[in-house]
Ligand binder design. Structure first.
Ligand code: SF4
Ligand code: ZN
Length: 304
């Protein structure tokens, strides 16, 4: 198969019905990335962007792509949830790439910041859905650490598949508040402790991010989290993948339909206050992280 330029195709986009050679494919991804950034005004001159890097293909490709844009300052950081045999490899890849690009990189662990590792939750709480806890604590630490690093924005590596999944998950749950807060720049709060998030990868399909990382020689951790089996997102992912196979372009249509719809959605209301326990931004008196933490710390062997 040939690319439109006449070169040998290395990637076939089913939703376009055409092949791409390495050089045209890489350029198309870089164009798409810059387009998302400029269309949504994700980065302004003088911004300091904290880039959350897990060590997977999405966050590392994002770090690489961001490093090609000028006019702002950047710092990378990773959260180590304490998932043996999974996260350490990713953090190693993140540190390596950041070093190669000359970008400062920090690592923060649940163990040090919260006092336990995700792997230990089963022993502490018995039967537990790890992702429910892990997701809340990650969001909590991402915001806190981005702020401590002096960032004006927090960049996360959500790709098009993640975004389509989030849209559909909030839709089926009927969570209109969260539904209205999705998008490339879903910053919601006037609270100074809240660092607005940006998602510069959200127009690039997951498969294409993987192909980009491989073609650019970006070393990333491809393993799956051992706790991901009890994850609702995973079910939605498999449902959308089936649809995409049968009806190419489904994920893009979901995201672009959402973007058109968002313009007419009411701006989500709800004041953001500071948690009475930890002082972090919260929609209630106590933030979700402190709520979950109090349940964990009440366990006898966690009292120290
Ligand atoms: Fe955490 Fe669940 Fe993601 Fe694993 S799959 S890193 S437990 S949120
Ligand atoms: Zn709190």
């Amino acid at each position: 198969m040939k690319c439109e330029c006449g070169g040998r195709a290395v990637y076939y986009r089913r939703y376009e019905g055409r092949g791409w050679c390495k050089s045209c494919f890489v350029s198309s991804i870089e164009r798409k990335f810059r387009h998302t950034v400029s269309k949504n005004r994700l980065i302004q001159k003088g911004d300091r962007i904290a880039v959350a890097v897990s060590g997977g293909k999405d966050s590392l490709s994002m770090l690489h792509l961001l490093s090609g844009i000028r006019g702002f300052d950047m710092v990378a950081f990773s959260i180590d949830e304490g998932i043996g045999g999974y996260r350490p490899k990713g953090i190693g890849c993140a540190a390596e790439l950041a070093r190669g690009l000359g970008i400062e990189h920090h690592v923060y662990s649940y163990k040090k910041e919260l006092g336990f590792e995700i792997d230990a939750l089963q022993d502490i709480l018995g039967q537990v859905k790890h992702c429910t806890y892990c997701g809340v604590f990650r969001r909590y630490l991402l915001n806190m650490k981005a702020r401590e690093l002096g960032a004006s924005k927090l960049a996360v590596g959500h790709n098009l598949d993640d975004e389509a999944q989030s849209i559909m998950m909030n839709f089926v749950r009927g969570d209109s508040m969260r539904f209205a807060r999705l998008g490339a720049s879903p910053g919601v709060s006037a609270n100074v402790k809240f660092v607005p998030r940006i998602k510069p990868m959200r127009d690039i399909p997951e498969r294409e991010v993987a192909a980009y990382a491989i073609l650019k020689g970006i070393e990333f951790a491809g393993d799956e989290c051992p706790h991901s089996f009890d994850n609702v997102r995973r079910d939605m992912q498999s449902l959308l993948n089936d649809f995409e196979l049968k009806y190419p372009g489904t994920k893009q249509q979901i995201v672009s339909f959402y973007d058109r719809l968002k313009a007419s959605l009411p701006v989500p209301e709800g004041s953001v206050q500071e948690c009475v326990e930890c002082g972090e931004p919260s929609s209630g008196r106590t933030c979700k992280a402190c709520e979950l933490l109090s349940g964990i710390r009440k366990r006898p062997d966690q009292s120290s």
